[in-house]
Design a protein. Structure first.
Length: 293
């Protein structure tokens, strides 16, 4: 039996201290990571079904006054979590669709069609990654208030969130890198068969890129779900605000127990999404090439 080369040699693994100590250290590290990752969610769940007095007097105690399951429906109705979650889901889905459209078509042009000006555009897109987001915040906000050529304001519309989200340089470059790994022989064979650029994009490139498309879609949904500053600026109307903006606004008039229940409901959905699609997510992130040999 052979071991993979690592910091612990085969001879050291035969020593009693290493043979029993290494699994013990691994178990301790696993428990520590589990507590750090799952602990806050469990505490949030515990606080969400506790009374406000119990949360303030004994935040680490387990329900001195009993479990208050009614907090969750109360948070749904009194804090209007359902409406805010609906806005958040609508914003996240729209951001995902716009992002996938822009990054897949942009990467297709730069990676597959390869125009002469492609390297210049790629360099310009890459350069935007070195600019802090706060630098573009004011110009982007002024653009939303007065769209060039159209001279209309997108404030208090979901387009003000969808369009800036779609123009993400990182997603375009990640998608382009994936498209670059697709063998050119497949593309040339499709062209010989008479496939147009549209047919090449829809029938060959996209089916081969399902892993990375899923990763970008999931990252976009999660990023949109937790975004706070930009929706706060462009969606001042409370009826349109996502839950990340609405919860801080209503905390002054809401009991802390209902706030914890609302926070748990808001956190639960992205966690469930990741658990459902973690296999596709990890596989898409870990794949270095577009096609397995």
């Amino acid at each position: 039996m052979s071991y993979e080369r690592g910091i612990i040699s085969t001879a050291d693994r035969q020593r009693t201290a290493v043979r029993f100590g290494l699994p013990a250290v691994q178990v301790v590290l696993f428990v520590a990571v589990l507590v750090a990752g799952v602990g806050p969610l469990l505490w949030l769940l515990k606080s969400g079904v506790s009374t406000s007095q119990d949360i303030l007097s004994g935040p680490m105690q387990l329900w001195p006054s009993g479990i208050q399951l009614k907090n969750i429906p109360d948070a749904w109705n009194r804090v209007q979590i359902g409406a805010y979650l609906g806005n958040t889901a609508f914003i996240a889905i729209g951001s995902m669709i716009s992002t996938l459209f822009v990054c897949t078509t942009g990467a297709f042009v730069l990676s597959i069609l390869r125009p002469k000006w492609g390297p210049v555009v790629t360099g310009a897109v890459l350069a935007t990654l070195f600019l802090p987001g706060v630098i573009s915040l004011v110009p982007l906000y002024l653009t939303v208030l007065d769209m060039p050529l159209l001279h209309i304001s997108l404030q208090n519309t979901f387009w003000a969130v969808w369009l800036p989200q779609a123009a993400g340089a990182f997603n375009i470059l990640v998608m382009k890198r994936y498209f670059d790994s697709i063998p050119r022989e497949l593309i040339e064979a499709a062209r010989i068969d008479g496939a147009s650029n549209l047919r090449l994009f829809t029938s060959l490139i996209l089916p081969l890129s399902k892993p990375i498309v899923g990763v970008v879609a999931l990252l976009t949904v999660i990023g949109s779900w937790k975004d706070y500053l930009w929706p706060l600026l462009v969606l001042p109307d409370p009826r349109l605000q996502p839950i990340s903006v609405a919860l801080p606004r209503v905390q002054k008039t809401t009991e802390i127990s209902l706030q914890m229940s609302a926070l748990f409901l808001a956190v639960l959905i992205p966690v469930v999404l990741f658990l459902l699609f973690q296999k596709q997510f990890l596989r898409g992130v870990g794949m270095s090439g577009g096609i397995k040999e």
